[in-house]
Design a protein around this ligand. Structure first.
Ligand code: SF4
Ligand code: SF4
Length: 298
């Protein structure tokens, strides 16, 4: 079982305790409008176009078997309806203007890469976090890797949307130490509007994780005019009180992923929104703290 990844990032300080390596699995069933990693969404390798490298030689256009590329006004335009992700254009481009996002790696190769930093995990009480995309979409590979990491006494966390069948979710739960559980909106309709899916399954899986007595930290991206009101916070707090959730982390909206939308030639939904800071979320921090939650925000 070779997982498909889009990154392995070392020395991460915000994906769980201590110093960690974060393994980013490619493929996600959600389509969050604000997604900072849009290259993570498809579950297979795909192309990105970098116009600064492009010499307008037209080679990519000529090799594409599906006529998915056109050279228009000195730039390559991708027809996403026609592209079948064969990657021939990226392999043909002499200037690295078409690049490939996503690659497969053996579990042993990933493990060897992770083990290079074993001393740092030990010294900092850190470990490894599986993120994405959505790691639950590659559950067998995740289980295999988690078990191998545990053989080396390395702590394993997952950062997850919680969106999968209960069977899949339970399978992975038994192989990990910590859940960084994303939560986007307490209202199911609004959740669907922002992410493409209802929150029902997500809430059911969150309840399951509690039943399994897993350590859970909720992570909430706070998105302008989507889930930043006190009303949303009150609804969210009710849900978490019922589930006896204590630890939450608020993640202020940012636009770090914007250039990736350009490379993918996809429309970005938040081009004119200002990045939020901890100060902007003070009303929410104070509210959640007044409700007895342990709140982290950076
Ligand atoms: S990935 Fe394949 S189908 Fe898609 S544009 Fe490139 S050559 Fe054409
Ligand atoms: S092959 Fe590369 S350099 Fe040539 S037109 Fe295509 S993207 Fe640009």
């Amino acid at each position: 079982m070779k997982p498909i990844l889009f990154n392995i990032q070392k020395f991460c300080l915000h994906d769980g305790p201590g110093i960690r390596t974060t393994v980013f699995f490619k493929g996600c069933p959600l389509r969050c409008a604000w997604c900072a990693n849009p290259e993570s969404q498809l579950s297979f390798p795909q192309i990105t176009y970098h116009d600064k490298n492009c010499h307008q030689c037209g080679l990519c256009v000529s090799v594409c078997p599906n006529k998915a590329l056109s050279l228009i006004h000195d730039k390559i335009v991708i027809d996403h309806q026609k592209c079948k992700h064969c990657l021939l254009c990226a392999n043909a481009c002499p200037f690295n203007a078409i690049q490939i996002e996503g690659y497969t790696m053996d579990i042993e190769e990933i493990l060897n890469e992770i083990l290079k930093d074993a001393d740092f995990y030990k010294e900092s009480n850190g470990g490894v976090t599986f993120s994405g995309g959505e790691v639950l979409s590659q559950v067998q590979a995740a289980i295999e890797l988690a078990d191998k990491l545990h053989e080396h006494n390395i702590h394993v966390a997952i950062e997850t949307t919680g969106y999968s069948s209960k069977e899949t979710f339970c399978k992975l739960l038994n192989h990990i130490d910590l859940l960084l559980f994303d939560f986007k909106h307490p209202n199911s309709e609004k959740h669907k509007k922002g992410t493409g899916v209802s929150n029902q399954l997500i809430l059911e899986n969150l309840a399951l994780a509690k039943e399994h007595e897993k350590k859970i930290i909720i992570r909430m991206p706070i998105i302008p005019n989507y889930n930043d009101s006190l009303e949303d916070a009150k609804h969210t707090a009710q849900i978490f009180h019922k589930l006896d959730i204590k630890d939450i982390e608020l993640l202020p909206f940012h636009q770090f992923g914007e250039n990736k939308y350009q490379f993918l030639q996809k429309e970005y939904a938040y081009p004119n929104n200002v990045q939020l800071t901890k100060k902007d979320l003070q009303h929410l921090i104070e509210y959640y703290e007044s409700e007895g939650f342990n709140v982290k925000c950076s």
